[in-house]
Design a binder for this molecule. Structure first.
Ligand code: FCA
Length: 368
């Protein structure tokens, strides 16, 4: 495997004719330290590369088929994660590697998923963990199985809560995207001519997840800067990042504040805000007295926009499952195949979408 890796990497960097000097210097410069090769292996490698283009290309085309990459997500039933998988599959087809999709809803499942990937001969995996505090354990498990690791969406943290910066991560620009949520709500409050002092805000929260805190803080900072009273913001902590948990948490808030007739809702994703919207419906608050703006833009939001009459789910910030699925998988492949390590931190942007323009926004993002 290692040998094939190096040969493959050589041909990715060298399109010109092969010569003795070129091969030797390449192996000496790039491979000896990185792969910790012994003298015998070095000799074998040189011979293998010099043996001829045909044989080597045959070996390298077999290489992609040997690559196996895991894509582990915390909530496989959530449309966002299904979209990530869908786009990761596109990368797998394009490059010819095998993608192993695994749902791991808790730490135990995650640990055994990593062991499983190791046993299957995978070389690396991308993970959105069910709990970022498992960070050091996940990193250790990956190392024990000789697997490269990248994270997506939720960044692993150390015991002190700081991010594990060594693990390449792709997440969303949480604060900025949260601010876009806040601005969309402020604009709509003004358009409806609401008096902010009479409006309640459901803060569907999941404070153990830093990206959730950043998203929600971003939204609330814009609301407050525009005069939304702090006293009217009510915390609805959800036990899990899904609609049901958000519905339960939001119902408590609405029942406790039955005097408030107009509401807005923010949360870490579309599911959180949808939970708050469903809660307003159950307690009899009409759709035009609710402004919920989510984050995601996958089927959870789209199905809501497709309903014949508007609900309290006013808008969403569409983020890109294409970048988070296709690009992470491709980066992992390049890391395995070429030894080209991915960027340590990539933060992706989002775009506001409402009922009447979400299709255009999705097209623009190439995710139709
Ligand atoms: C987190 C959320 C998901 C999605 C993702 C980008 O993992 O739980 O719903 O928003 O970030």
């Amino acid at each position: 495997m290692r040998i094939l890796n190096i040969i493959h990497s050589y041909f990715n960097h060298h399109t010109k004719a092969i010569d003795q000097y070129d091969v030797s210097s390449y192996i000496n410069d790039h491979c000896r330290e990185q792969f910790d090769l012994g003298r015998e292996t070095m000799r074998f490698l040189k011979a293998a590369i010099l043996a001829g283009t045909v044989a080597v290309f045959a070996a390298t085309s077999a290489f992609a088929a040997d690559v196996k990459i895991g894509f582990i997500v915390k909530q496989p039933e959530e449309p966002w994660f299904q979209d990530e998988w869908k786009f990761a599959e596109v990368a797998a087809k394009e490059k010819g590697f095998t993608l192993v999709k695994i749902g791991a809803e808790d730490g135990e499942k995650l640990q055994s998923a990593i062991d499983n990937l190791g046993a299957q001969g995978a070389q690396g995996f991308i993970v959105c963990t069910p709990d970022v505090k498992l960070g050091p354990g996940i990193v250790a498990k990956a190392a024990a199985n000789d697997l490269k690791i990248m994270t997506v969406d939720d960044r692993l943290v150390n015991a002190d809560g700081s991010p594990i910066e060594d693990v390449p991560h792709m997440g969303i620009s949480a604060t900025k995207i949260g601010e876009a949520v806040g601005q969309t709500i402020v604009d709509e409050i003004k358009k409806r001519g609401w008096n902010m002092s009479e409006v309640g805000a459901v803060r569907v929260s999941y404070d153990q997840l830093p990206t959730a805190v950043d998203r929600i803080d971003g939204a609330l900072s814009v609301l407050k800067a525009n005069g939304f009273p702090q006293a009217n913001i009510f915390d609805a902590p959800q036990a899990k990042t899904d609609t049901e948990a958000a519905l339960n948490a939001s119902t408590v808030v609405l029942n406790k504040n039955a005097n408030i007739k107009k509401w807005i809702a923010v949360g870490l994703n579309d599911e959180a805000v949808l939970g708050a919207v469903r809660a307003t419906e159950t307690v009899g608050i009409p759709a035009d007295s609710m402004i919920g703006v989510g984050i995601g833009g996958a089927d959870s939001a789209i199905n809501e926009f497709k309903k014949p009459t508007a609900t309290g789910f006013f808008g969403t910030i569409i983020i890109s499952p294409k970048r988070h699925g296709y690009e992470t998988a491709l980066n992992m492949y390049n890391w395995i195949a070429d030894g080209k390590a991915p960027e340590k931190l990539i933060l992706t942007a989002g775009q506001v979408a409402l009922r009447d323009n979400y299709e255009t926004v999705r097209k623009e993002l190439g995710i139709e």
